[in-house]
Write a protein that binds this ligand. Structure first.
Ligand code: PLP
Length: 355
């Protein structure tokens, strides 16, 4: 038998979540499948969404070409644009859309030889302060793009730094700055990531860019009338069971010592699979669908769970690390991170796709 760790991806939940994003946002929505669809498998996810999605978003040209080579015909946007001017030839050849975030990139366009007009998503920095044209310089940049004769459609885009927080003004301020920068140009727009699609209806319109919510995350503990469904279930099994007496240590560094006679089980999942090593004793798992807790340190290939209240558990019993019934965001919180990172880190697990 092979190692029992599996990541089961529900394609129907993925489709449900895309439709939810589309319904909440209105207009059109790109499905963001960068970083191998946040660990869910970019090609399979894009194929499952192709008839629904208005297009896809990726971080780099390699990711875009992988989708084109798999037969994806819908528009694909490079969210960070190009890193070297030579990529413009591939952008042209594979008919990709690209972000543009600097004046230097406008010079690249002026110098490029292209077979058709580029579709440019011009990124405006409204407060994240990573990539983007300055709001005050946007109109001049836009004129320069038009004057190049090589740009067809321009979509004005910005990316919010704090859309997952509902009680701060940053998002509405960023949206106002954005509207002022493009005032009078009559451009199509794109503002919303998942946080804004779920929580900031005043910023909806144009093109949404849904990432984590497609994969069942909300990036926040807000209460929503419509909740995205979990897409990934990370499951393994008990591979050994021990009865320890009081005062026995478990795992590396003896970080947990039994306080009473304890029945414990070993699970085939560790940090080399992407499960966070940093989580403390007490972090939840589901054993046969019922909660239990991790004991001691997570090691590379294994972790240990408490079976004191699971007398029915035997070698081979199912253990869920996250998925339906145990949100990845809960494990992420125990690790001081976000579910985005947990999903992206999953490796070595066998990926199984369910219709
Ligand atoms: C990754 C990314 C998104 C998706 O963000 P989520 O929070 O996962 O919805 C949207 N826009 C840009 C520019 C991105 O890089």
């Amino acid at each position: 038998m092979s190692r029992p760790l599996t990541a089961t991806i529900s394609l129907s939940a993925l489709r449900h979540n895309y439709l939810l994003a589309n319904r909440l946002h209105g207009g059109r929505v790109l499905a963001i499948v960068k970083a191998n669809a946040y660990g869910h498998g970019a090609v399979r996810c894009a194929q499952a969404l192709e008839d629904l999605a208005d297009g896809f978003g990726v971080a780099a040209i390699e990711e875009a070409l992988q989708l084109r080579e798999a037969g994806i015909k819908k528009p694909i946007l490079l969210l960070e644009g190009w890193f070297e001017a030579s990529e413009l030839a591939l952008i042209d050849q594979y008919d990709l859309w690209t972000a543009l975030h600097s004046e230097a990139q406008i010079a690249d366009i002026e110098a490029a030889e292209l077979s058709r007009p580029l579709t440019i998503w011009a990124k405006i920095d409204t407060g994240m302060h990573r990539l983007g044209l300055q709001p005050a310089a946007f109109k001049a940049a836009y004129d320069r793009m038009q004057a190049s004769g090589k740009v067809g459609k321009v979509i004005a885009m910005t990316h919010f730094a704090r859309a997952d927080e509902l009680d701060v003004e940053a998002t509405s301020q960023a949206a106002s700055l954005f509207q002022a920068a493009i005032d009078g140009l009559g451009l199509e727009t794109s503002l919303c990531n998942s946080g804004a699609i779920l929580g900031w209806p005043t910023t909806h319109g144009g093109w949404g860019r849904a990432g984590i919510m497609l994969y069942g995350g909300v990036g926040t503990d807000r209460v929503l009338p419509d909740w995205p469904l979990p897409v990934m279930a990370l499951d393994s099994q008990l591979i050994a069971i021990r009865e320890l007496s009081r005062g026995e240590a478990i795992g590396y560094g003896a970080r947990f010592v039994t306080e009473q006679a304890t029945r414990m089980g070993v699970v085939a999942c560790g940090y080399a699979d992407g499960y966070p090593r940093i989580v403390p004793t007490g972090t939840p798992v589901l054993i046969n669908g019922r909660r239990s807790r991790i004991l001691g340190r997570v090691s590379m290939d294994m972790l240990v769970v408490d079976l004191s209240e699971h007398p029915e558990a035997v070698v081979g019993t199912a253990v869920r690390l996250w998925g339906e019934g145990l949100p990845a965001s809960e494990i992420a919180a125990a690790a001081g991170t976000i579910d985005y990172e947990l999903f992206c880190n999953v490796k070595r697990a066998r990926l199984i796709y369910q219709a």
